[in-house]
Design a protein around this ligand. Structure first.
Ligand SMILES: Cc1cc2nc3c(=O)[nH]c(=O)nc-3n(C[C@H](O)[C@H](O)[C@H](O)COP(=O)(O)OP(=O)(O)OC[C@H]3O[C@@H](n4cnc5c(N)ncnc54)[C@H](O)[C@@H]3O)c2cc1C
Length: 401
């Protein structure tokens, strides 16, 4: 049976839409994006904190940027350090909408209210997707299918492309607030009283507005939460009320979602399909930054996919070039960061304090490497206040992660 489109992308988040932008900008292939939400801008889970690489590399316009800030502040009980890392806070729904409009302007077709259910397989090869729209079951066949459905990983899971048992699961909740915010920084606070087994943050969000949120890794939350603690909303409300540097007047929006990290050395390609973004755990496991790596994975996958489409050979051997490139570039770093993350979110308050103090002593070159997630082992040893018990934990993690 002939294909309905050259490429079908399941999921219209940053990764899927960037894939569509790359293919339509660089070729004549027709691309259809299927998104389960009624509008692309319904994807409002993310805080939208990002860095210059995203703004410059992917041509993100000013009108979807809520705030630019000078630096990043790390805090812990009794310690604070400021790192010279400029950042941007995106209006995430507007950003996703912009990516969609740009992809459409370049020729992509975007179908919303279209929920992808399963891959269509023939002779062991993915040849399209089944999806539902308006209560009807439909099929869309394509030479290449892209799973960009985020942490749900709708297709990659069914195709057994990663091992959910080795995954680490985190949750986050954030309020977008109108009110006073005295800092010109993205602030991250490591303190189990504010966010057991995770961290709390505040980001500027334009004039008289800011974002305040909490996230934690499920396993470490269990270890560090008090027996009588409240809901995640209670934690965000306490965090909002905790500090004289900001004052909330009203809550404009609530964002929430989850993140799955499973060490990133995953299978990213199979016959007829590639997976990008959170669908294949591209997110940085240490701080949960997912927009930049998600878009980078889409760009990398699109380059390989275009070469495969040009040859009419979208089988695994050709598409796995993307998987190899990703694992060469990020695989080992992401594994190390997962280990570092598991130690950091499990730190005692004393270790949190020593970690934040050491972060303030990093050289400019180390800060640059930190921002690019390219810290060396030596950098980590300077940064991390390992106790004897951590070394045996680290040894166990190396085997597990
Ligand atoms: C609370 C929170 C705060 C965060 N803050 C930041 C931050 O400040 N900075 C940062 O860089 N990252 C942040 N992240 C992570 C970042 O948002 C994600 O890594 C990023 O959105 C991943 O992009 P994606 O396109 O892979 O997936 P997603 O953004 O999850 O997009 C997937 C899309 O697929 C759609 N979809 C799902 N299932 C189907 C289906 N069956 N059929 C069709 N469509 C489907 C979804 O509706 C969605 O639109 C945060 C995450 C959370 C949860």
């Amino acid at each position: 049976m002939s294909a309905d489109a050259d490429v079908v992308v399941a999921g219209g988040g940053p990764a899927g839409l960037q894939f569509a932008r790359e293919v339509t900008a660089r070729s004549e292939y027709d691309v259809v994006v299927l998104e389960s939400n009624d509008a692309l801008s319904d994807n409002d889970k993310s805080t939208g904190g990002t860095f210059r690489q995203v703004i410059d590399r992917y041509g993100i316009p000013d009108d979807v940027v809520m705030a630019e800030n000078e630096d990043v502040v790390f805090e812990a009980p009794g310690a604070s350090s400021t790192l010279d890392i400029p950042g941007y806070v995106l209006d995430f729904p507007a950003f996703v909408e912009y990516l969609g409009e740009d992809a459409e302007a370049r020729g992509a077709e975007i179908r919303t209210s279209a929920r992808v259910q399963a891959p269509i397989r023939e002779g062991g090869r993915v040849v399209g997707v089944e999806y539902t729209s308006g209560g009807e079951r439909r099929e869309l066949r394509a030479d290449l299918v892209v799973d960009a459905t985020g942490p749900r990983a709708v297709l990659a899971k069914q195709l057994g492309m990663f091992d959910p048992d080795s995954a680490q699961h985190g949750v986050g909740k954030e309020y977008e607030v109108e009110g006073r915010y005295d800092l010109d920084s993205m602030l991250f606070r490591f303190d189990h009283d504010d966010a057991p087994g995770g961290y709390a943050w505040t980001f500027p969000a334009g004039e008289d507005a800011f974002k305040a949120g909490i996230c934690w890794i499920d396993d470490f939350y269990e270890t560090h939460a008090p027996a009588d603690d409240g809901t995640m909303d209670d934690y965000v409300e306490d965090w909002l009320a905790a500090d004289p540097r900001w004052e909330a007047e009203s809550i404009r929006a609530v964002h929430a979602g989850d993140a799955v990290s499973n060490n990133s050395i995953n299978q990213r390609a199979t016959d007829g399909l590639v997976a990008v973004g959170d669908a294949v755990s591209s997110i940085n496991p240490l701080f949960g930054e997912g927009i930049r790596p998600g878009m980078e994975s889409a760009e990398m996958a699109a380059t390989v996919a275009l070469a495969a489409l040009d040859r009419g050979e979208t089988f695994r051997e050709r598409l796995a070039v993307y998987e190899d490139r990703w694992n060469d570039e990020k695989g080992l770093d992401w594994r190390i960061q997962r280990i570092v993350c598991e130690l950091l979110y499990d730190f005692t308050p004393g270790q949190q304090r020593r970690f934040v103090t050491s972060a303030g002593r990093l050289s400019d070159a180390q800060v640059d490497r930190l921002q690019r997630y390219e810290l060396t082992l030596r950098d980590y040893l300077e940064l991390y206040p390992f106790d004897a018990s951590d070394l045996s934990k680290a040894r166990a993690l190396v085997r597990h992660v």
